[in-house]
Design a binder for this molecule. Structure first.
Ligand code: 13P
Length: 341
C-alpha cells in the first residue's frame, strides 16, 4: 500500500531525529578517503557506509539516510541489502537524483544542477529499490555580481520540476538550494548571505507554486545564514541563529512539512550549536539536520579504513548524531561535547 507523502515527510522530521546525508558521489567520497589515505573501492565505500548504518544512533537520532546510486544497490558483508539495514533501524531510505552542478552557459562562475532528463523513469526504479524520499541540490555562489537572476531562476525552476516529478512518483522531495559559504571567493559577509538566501528561497517557493507542488509533502534543505569562510567579518552563533530564523520566517510558508539544514562546511560543533540556537527561537516547522560532513567527518577519521576501528568510528558517529538530536530540540549544551567517549 502506498504511503502518503505527507506522512513520509513528517517521519523525516520526527522529534529529535534528522537526516544522514551519505550520498557523496563516488568522486566526492574518494576525495574524502584520499585525504585520509584510505583506498576508495566499491568494497571500502560499502564497508564505511555499513559501519554507519549499523551504529546505534541510527535507531535514536536518524530519521532517514540519503544514498548515492551505488549504495542503494549494495549489500552488506553478510548479504543484507544496505537499504534493509536502514529500514531495520527504523529510518527511511532516500536517494540523490540530481546528476551534479554544471557550468551555467553565458553566466561565468555560476552553476545549474542537471538531472531532469529521464528522471521520471529513474524515480520509478528508485521507488522499487525502496527510496521514499529524494534529494536535489542547487548551488548558488556569491561573489562580485553573483548570483545573477539567470542562476537563481534556472535553479529554482529545476528544483520545482524535480519536486513535482518526485511527488508524482510517491517520493518526498528534499528541496535543497544551497548558498555556498565555501565557494571560490567566499569573502562575503552575513548580510550578503542573507540577501542571496532570501532571493533564492522566495524564487523557489514561487516556482514550487507554479509547478503545483504540495508543500506538506516536501522538506526544505537550506543553508544557514552565515558569512563566507574567508570573510573578514565573522558572525556570532547568536547572530547566525537570529538571521537564519528571520530569513526562514520571511520566505517559507508555514505549510512546509519541515526544514533540515545542510552543514555546508561549518565545523562539527558550529553546525550543532547553530541548530540548537535556531530551535530555541520557536519556528512554525520542525527544524532539524540533514548533515553530511558535520555528521561524518569524525567517524571517517576514527575509522581510517581499518576494520579494527569500526567500533571507534561508530562511537564517533553516535556522538555527533546524539549531539545533533539534542540540537534538533534546542537542548544541546557545550559541556555535553566533553563527555564524548
Ligand atoms: P553537508 O552537510 O556536508 O553540507 O552535506 C549535506 C548535503 O547533502 C549537501 O548536498
Amino acid at each position: 500500500m502506498a504511503e502518503r507523502i505527507e506522512d513520509i515527510a513528517q517521519a523525516l522530521v520526527a522529534k529529535g531525529k534528522g537526516i544522514l546525508a551519505a550520498d557523496e558521489s563516488s568522486g566526492t567520497i574518494t576525495k574524502r578517503f584520499d585525504a585520509l589515505g584510505i583506498k576508495s573501492s566499491e568494497d571500502s565505500r560499502r564497508d564505511y557506509r555499513e559501519m554507519l548504518f549499523r551504529s546505534d544512533a541510527m535507531k535514536t537520532a536518524v530519521s532517514g539516510v540519503i544514498l548515492y546510486d551505488e549504495t542503494i544497490r549494495q549489500k552488506a558483508k553478510d548479504g543484507t541489502l544496505l537499504v534493509d539495514l536502514i529500514k531495520g533501524a527504523g529510518a527511511v531510505p532516500g536517494i540523490k537524483v540530481d546528476t551534479g552542478a554544471k557550468d551555467l552557459a553565458l553566466s561565468p562562475g555560476e552553476k545549474i544542477t542537471e538531472g531532469l532528463d529521464g528522471l521520471r523513469e529513474r524515480l520509478s526504479d528508485y521507488y522499487a529499490l525502496g527510496a521514499r524520499f529524494a534529494k536535489w541540490r542547487a548551488v548558488i555562489d556569491v561573489g562580485p555580481a553573483m548570483p545573477t537572476w539567470n542562476c537563481i531562476h534556472a535553479n529554482a525552476q529545476a528544483l520545482a520540476r524535480y519536486a513535482a516529478l518526485c511527488q508524482e512518483a510517491g517520493i518526498v522531495p528534499i528541496v535543497e538550494p544551497e548558498v555556498l559559504m565555501d565557494g571560490p571567493v567566499a569573502a562575503h559577509d552575513i548580510d550578503v548571505c542573507y540577501g542571496a538566501t532570501e532571493w533564492i528561497l522566495k524564487t523557489v517557493f514561487q516556482e514550487l507554486y507554479v509547478a503545483h507542488v504540495v508543500l506538506e509533502g516536501i522538506i526544505l534543505k537550506p543553508n544557514m545564514v552565515v558569512p563566507g569562510k574567508k570573510s573578514a567579518k565573522q558572525a556570532s552563533p547568536a547572530e547566525v541563529a537570529a538571521m537564519t530564523a528571520r530569513v526562514l520566517k520571511q520566505c517559507v510558508p508555514a505549510s512546509v512539512a519541515g526544514i533540515a539544514f545542510l552543514s555546508g562546511g561549518q565545523s562539527n560543533e558550529a553546525a550543532t550549536e547553530h541548530l540548537s540556537l535556531i530551535n530555541q527561537v520557536g519556528l512554525p516547522w520542525p527544524v532539524t539536520f540533514s548533515y553530511g560532513r558535520a555528521l561524518q567527518a569524525a567517524a571517517l577519521d576514527a575509522w581510517g579504513g581499518k576494520p579494527e576501528n569500526v567500533a571507534a568510528g561508530q562511537r564517533a558517529f553516535n556522538h555527533r548524531a546524539e549531539m545533533n538530536s539534542l540540537a534538533a530540540t534546542g537542548a544541546w549544551k557545550a559541556e555535553l561535547e566533553k563527555k564524548a567517549a
